[in-house]
Design a protein around this ligand. Structure first.
Ligand code: 1CP
Length: 352
C-alpha cells in the first residue's frame, strides 16, 4: 500500500487544474550547495556510489524537502546512468565532471550498444525510486527523469562534457544515418527506463534536453525533438488511476516551445531567456509551463529575490498551469537560505 498524496499541487498544476497557489521545486535541489549533501557525498566517497546506494540516494533526495517547503521531490540520480549501463564506463574526474572510458565514435561502437534492461544494470535506480516513494509517505509527488537522446548522445560521442560539440556534430554532418541509429537506440533505452521508474513509483517524468539549444532549428527537429516525440509516444501516462504528467525541457529552446507542445507532453520547462507571457502565448495555453527564474538571481539580496520572484509570477499572469522553478539548475555556490527566501516568496505572492 502506498500512502495517499497529501500535497498534489504540482500534479494539479501540470494538469492545468485549479490550485490554491503556485507549486514550486528547483532543478538540482539536492546537491552541492547544501552542506548536508556534501557530508553524505564525502561519506559515500564518490558520486556513483551515492546514486547506486538506494538508502543514500533517498537520504539526499529528502534533504531539500526537510529544509524548504517544496512541492515535489526529484529522484537523486543522473542522466548518465543509461550510457553507463550500456557499457561506456562512466567515471568522474575531480574538478572535470563526467567522463566515459569507451566513447561512441563509429558504426561498430553504435552497433554493439545494448538497450539496457532496467531491472538488471539499472535496478539500483528503480530501488532508489521505490525507497524514496516509501519514505516520502505521500508528502509530495516524486519526479523521475532521464536525459533526452540528443543530450545523452553528446556525452556518449564526446566522451564527457563539451563546449563546441565537435565530435557529435561531426557525426551529425558527416554520417547522419549513424547518429540516427544511436539516437533511436538511446530513445528505446529511455522509454524502458522511464516506464520502469513509473512502475517503481515515479509520479511524474521530466526529460532534460540540456543541449538541444546548440542545434540549428532544422537539426533540432530532426535530431532532438523527433526522439523526444518517440519517447512521449512510448511512455506509460497513468499509474494508480492518476495521470503521470511528462515535462520536456530544452535549455535555450524558447523559440521551439510551440513544436515541443505538439508532442503531446503535459508541460514544458522554460529557461530565463524567455518571458513566461511570451511562452504562454507561443504555446496557446495547451501545456503547463515550468520555470523560469534566472538561477543567478539567488546571488542577490533577499529583497531582490522577492522582487524577481514577483516578476516571474506576474509574467505568467492569472490562471493555473504554472510550476515555479529556476530556469536551470541551482548553482553550487548559492547561499541555501536564499533558496528558502525564494520558496517562501512564491508561496506568499501566488496565493489565490
Ligand atoms: O560531485 C558531485 O556531487 C556530482 C555533481 C552531480 C550531481 C549533484 C552530478 C554530476 N549529477 C548530479 C545530480 C543530478 N544530475 C540530478 C539530481 C537531482 C536534482 O535535480 O536534485 C539531476 C536531475 C541531474 C541531471 C543532469 N546530469 C543533467 C541534466 C540537467 C542539467 O542540469 O542540465 C546533466 C547535463 C547531467 C550531467 C552531469 N552530471 C554531473 C555533472 C557535473 C553533469 C554536468 C556536466 C556538464 O556540465 O556537461
Amino acid at each position: 500500500m502506498t500512502a495517499a498524496l497529501q500535497n498534489d499541487l504540482y500534479l494539479r498544476a501540470l494538469n492545468r487544474e485549479e490550485t490554491s497557489r503556485t507549486p514550486v521545486w528547483v532543478m538540482r535541489q539536492a546537491g552541492r550547495y547544501l552542506p548536508e549533501y556534501l557530508k553524505v557525498r564525502k561519506q559515500a566517497g564518490d558520486f556513483m556510489t551515492l546514486c547506486s546506494t538506494p538508502d543514500l540516494a533517498c537520504e539526499v533526495t529528502l534533504q531539500p524537502l526537510d529544509r524548504f517547503n517544496l512541492d515535489a521531490a526529484i529522484l537523486f540520480s543522473d542522466i548518465l546512468t543509461i550510457p553507463d549501463a550500456m557499457g561506456l564506463g562512466l567515471h568522474f574526474e575531480t574538478g572535470e565532471g563526467p567522463k566515459f572510458s569507451n566513447p561512441v565514435r563509429n558504426r561498430a561502437d553504435v552497433e554493439k550498444l545494448p538497450i539496457p534492461d532496467p531491472d538488471d544494470k539499472l535496478r539500483y535506480v528503480m530501488d532508489a525510486v521505490s525507497t524514496i516513494r516509501r519514505e516520502l509517505n505521500g508528502r509530495v509527488p516524486l519526479i523521475g527523469f532521464s536525459g533526452s537522446p540528443w543530450t545523452l548522445a553528446t556525452y556518449m560521442v564526446e566522451g564527457g562534457g563539451s563546449k563546441d560539440f565537435s565530435k557529435v556534430k561531426g557525426m551529425l554532418f558527416s554520417d547522419p544515418a549513424l547518429l540516427h541509429e544511436l539516437l533511436d537506440k538511446t530513445a528505446k533505452s529511455v522509454i524502458s527506463y522511464l516506464n520502469a521508474q513509473v512502475a517503481a513509483g515515479a509520479q511524474s517524468l521530466m526529460i532534460f534536453d540540456t543541449w538541444g539549444g546548440v542545434l540549428s532549428p532544422a537539426n533540432y527537429r530532426e535530431f532532438s525533438l523527433r526522439y523526444m516525440q518517440q519517447i512521449v509516444d512510448g511512455l506509460t501516462r497513468e499509474a494508480d488511476g492518476r495521470k503521470v504528467p511528462v515535462v520536456l525541457f530544452t535549455k535555450n529552446g524558447g523559440q521551439w516551445l510551440d513544436i515541443m507542445a505538439d508532442t503531446g507532453c503535459d508541460g514544458l520547462g522554460v529557461d530565463w531567456t524567455m518571458n513566461l507571457a511570451d511562452a504562454r502565448a507561443k504555446t496557446a495555453d495547451r501545456v503547463a509551463l515550468q520555470g523560469n527564474l534566472d538561477p543567478s538571481a539567488l546571488y542577490g539580496s533577499p529583497e531582490s529575490i522577492r522582487v524577481e520572484v514577483k516578476k516571474v509570477l506576474d509574467s505568467y499572469g492569472p490562471g493555473t498551469g504554472h510550476v515555479f522553478n529556476l530556469g536551470h539548475g541551482i548553482h553550487q555556490f548559492v547561499n541555501p537560505e536564499h533558496l528558502g527566501v525564494m520558496v517562501e516568496a512564491v508561496r506568499e505572492l501566488s496565493q489565490r
